[in-house]
Design a protein around this ligand. Structure first.
Ligand code: FRU
Length: 731
């Protein structure tokens, strides 16, 4: 009796049922295994490992150069589960345990342990293999390499391979939950720091997301809920499947239905007068087009998370360019790949045969290579059908071949496409068949990064026709990361010829305005621009929760002279001024060393504008700063002697989410003027400074932990007159 109780107790301690059959416990050497290679030199006792059972376990060498395969003696599968203890680093370059039946690999397990030296249970459901002869193969393959870079392989720890009636692992290779679609959304708890998992949502056996998407289900803290709209499937069973989930993860058992998205719109850094997606990730603005009195902004969009991935075209629509209403994504990934950047046009003359005034989207299918595809909408840009003949343009020799921006020029459509280190122009009569026109770029401007997101536009400048070509580059910006350059010249329907100007010229001198382009069909022949207000260097780490990234304010573009040569001028679009509320004129100062506004707004919600003009009386320097009650501040310094403008955001608030965010001031050339007329727009996480009616625009993000509500100017080596000071709330 006593002995029986002892055995039962022992079984409990070991977490193994006494009906379990041990296939291998690694207590008696490796004699019964067949070995190839040198990766396994025998069993190991002790060491740093924990979680193994008995005295010893199996450890492969961590020498990347050594490979090995161990194969067990055959056994018969007689229980519904095979359980094994597994450790080692998660990304171990393919070191794994496999179950072999009839010479085929039917199950694989790799380490899922958060701590490599702790062995954890893995389980295979083998009920479908009952009665089969099987063997176990433990494999340590050669280290993988990417180009010239060899990936460290890591090692694997294995113990206690058993067959039993119970699943011992808390890890699910595939975790599936079936819910009734009784509300608008299915909510999946997720986190910014989570590990990537594959997500599918099935109704009647079909994945309603189209393809499998990647997601970051929450293991600990929940940062946001992924809302999957299931209205169309009301009353049906919906099965959510996620790979790689532990039962200790916050997502486990927590997927539910709801009529709300689960996410608070009003999070700390949610902009008030700039577009930011209600939920999810955005980068480039795409398919910008003015249709039926509405501004349509399609965007690079991840509907299932807050990092770059699952690229769709999202859609948001506005009547005033300030307040946006998000719509369901319009173009989803397909067998040709993810949906990368591109543009949209209104086909007024039905050249493509999709219908008069069809909105046609032209985008990059990024899969096995990059190719251009089209889709059309007959309902003013809300629902799109992909063209059956996609892709419409490919060139297998080009690796970077993307971001088509199409314009109607004369009697043809002209596509500007980023192609390696040049912009390639193609022409078309029907948006389906494209012919090569020319290449532009060799020997011009900055080639310090990949060329992306072109735009070609025409201006009337003093009665003369002038063309401007935008090219975004990443990395290679003078202050790091991504930035957009432009060229001014002529386009004759075939070729772009650049004027002789001191290139590179930048659309925006700040570090947070990228991939911006202009709307097609904007009224009154305006060129209305919006850019993505972030930088590829740190965009994946910025401290927002349920959304990531926003767009710049809309800006009207024109050409002007800066006193030395022609430049592209950006000024806030007139629609921005409609967002101004309660203007307050503030008294300036004359020939002073400093100037302060103790309180910018009595009730400051975080979106406001301050206009002011500074007239220095000598060639010194002056700075102006925004500050809050916590001592956080952002400082712009006009160094007149050295003709530089710089921005210091090292004390601006949250800065350590990425080492490059505030490590160095942002420094740019300053065009010297007698006075500096400044318009500064602040909206939660952004600052946009317009100087002297489009001479320069300087867009930079900041993340103060309390709204900035103090303003101050300090002069050094000169005195300043500050005039025309007005403060506006924006909403
Ligand atoms: C620019 C870019 C584009 C590409 C897209 C992918 O930011 O790299 O070239 O189409 O982002 O999201």
């Amino acid at each position: 009796m006593k002995a029986l109780r002892l055995i039962a107790g022992l079984c409990a301690v070991l977490a193994v049922s006494c009906t379990d059959k041990v296939i291998e416990d690694f207590e008696h050497g490796l004699d019964s295994w067949t070995a190839q290679g040198e990766a396994f030199s025998g069993t190991t006792s002790g060491g740093d490992a924990s979680g193994y059972i008995g005295k010893s376990y199996l450890r492969s060498t961590d020498d990347d150069a050594v490979i090995g395969i161990l194969t067990s003696a055959p056994f018969t599968i007689s229980q519904p589960y095979i359980n094994l203890l597994l450790g080692g680093p998660k990304s171990n370059g393919g070191a794994s345990v496999r179950l072999i039946v009839d010479g085929k690999e039917v199950r694989t397990a790799t380490s899922v342990s958060d701590t490599p030296e702790v062995l954890e249970w893995m389980s295979w459901d083998v009920s479908d293999l009952a009665g089969k002869q099987a063997s176990i193969r433990i494999e340590v393959p050669p280290a993988r390499s990417f180009g010239s870079r060899r990936m460290p392989r890591g090692y694997i720890l294995v113990d206690q391979i058993t067959q039993g009636r119970k699943r011992l692992s808390n890890y699910w290779d595939e975790y599936a939950v079936t819910l009734k679609a009784d509300r608008k959304y299915i909510l999946i708890p997720a986190s910014n720091s989570g590990v990537n998992s594959r997500l599918s949502v099935e109704v009647d056996g079909e994945n309603i997301l189209g393809n499998t998407q990647s997601a970051r289900p929450a293991s600990g803290q929940i940062d946001y809920y992924i809302p999957v709209n299931v209205e169309r499937y009301a009353g049906k069973d919906v099965t959510v499947k996620l790979t790689g989930i532990k039962s200790s993860d916050a997502v486990f058992g927590a997927i539910r239905t709801s009529d709300e998205t689960g996410n608070e719109r009003e999070e700390t850094y949610r902009p008030l007068v700039h577009f930011s997606p209600e939920f999810g990730w955005t980068n480039d603005p795409n398919g910008m087009v003015y249709v039926n009195g509405e501004w349509h902004l399609a965007l690079q969009y991840n509907p299932y998370g807050t990092s770059h991935g699952n690229m769709h075209w999202g859609l948001t629509v506005s009547k005033d360019l300030i307040h946006w209403s998000d719509k369901p994504a319009i173009i989803a990934p397909d067998e040709l790949g993810s949906i990368f950047s591109g543009s949209a046009v209104v086909d007024h003359d039905n050249t493509a045969g999709f219908g008069k005034d069809a909105v046609v989207a032209i985008y990059t299918s990024a899969g096995q290579g990059q190719r251009q595809s089209i889709a059309w909408s007959n309902d003013g840009g809300y629902n799109f059908t992909k063209y059956q003949g996609n892709p419409v343009l490919s060139d297998p020799d080009q690796r970077d071949f993307r971001d088509p921006k199409v314009n109607r020029i004369g009697d043809q459509w002209v596509m500007a496409l980023a192609c390696g280190q040049v912009i390639r122009f193609y022409g078309s009569k029907d948006l389906k068949e494209w012919y090569f026109l020319s290449d532009f770029g060799t020997g011009y401007g900055s080639h310090d990064g990949v060329w992306e997101c072109p735009d070609l536009m025409k201006f009337n400048y003093g009665g003369q026709e002038k063309w401007v070509l935008f090219v975004s580059i990443n990395p290679g910006g003078p202050n790091g990361g991504s930035i957009t350059q432009y060229f001014i010249g002529q386009f004759d329907g075939k070729r772009f010829k650049a004027d002789n100007l001191p290139y590179p010229l930048w659309v925006d001198s700040g570090v947070d305005n990228y991939a911006g382009v202009t709307f097609a069909d904007a009224p009154d022949g305006r060129r209305v621009f919006m850019g993505w207000m972030s930088n590829w260097v740190y965009t994946g780490s910025t401290p927002t929760l349920a959304f990531r990234n926003s767009m710049t304010l809309p800006r009207d573009l024109s050409l002007k002279s800066n006193g030395r040569h022609t430049i592209l001028a950006s000024v806030p679009s007139r629609e921005v001024y409609a967002a101004r509320k309660s203007p307050r004129a503030v008294e300036g100062t004359s020939a002073a060393a400093s100037y302060d506004i103790a309180q910018i707004l009595a009730s400051n919600k975080g979106a406001w504008e301050i206009d002011f003009t500074v007239v220095p009386d000598a060639n010194g320097s002056f700075d102006f700063r925004l500050a809050n009650g916590k001592g956080e501040e952002t400082v712009w310094k006009f160094d007149l002697r050295n003709r530089k403008l710089s921005l210091d955001r090292s004390k601006s608030g949250l800065v350590d989410f990425h080492p490059s965010f505030a490590a160095k001031p942002v420094v740019v050339d300053l065009n010297p003027r007698r006075e500096y007329k400044c318009q500064l727009f602040v909206d939660k996480l952004s600052t946009e400074l317009f100087i002297n009616d489009g001479d320069m625009v300087f867009t930079n993000c900041v993340f103060p932990t309390e709204v900035y509500n103090q303003f101050g100017i300090r002069a050094d080596g000169c005195r300043v007159t500050v005039k025309d000071v007005t403060v506006y709330e924006l909403n």
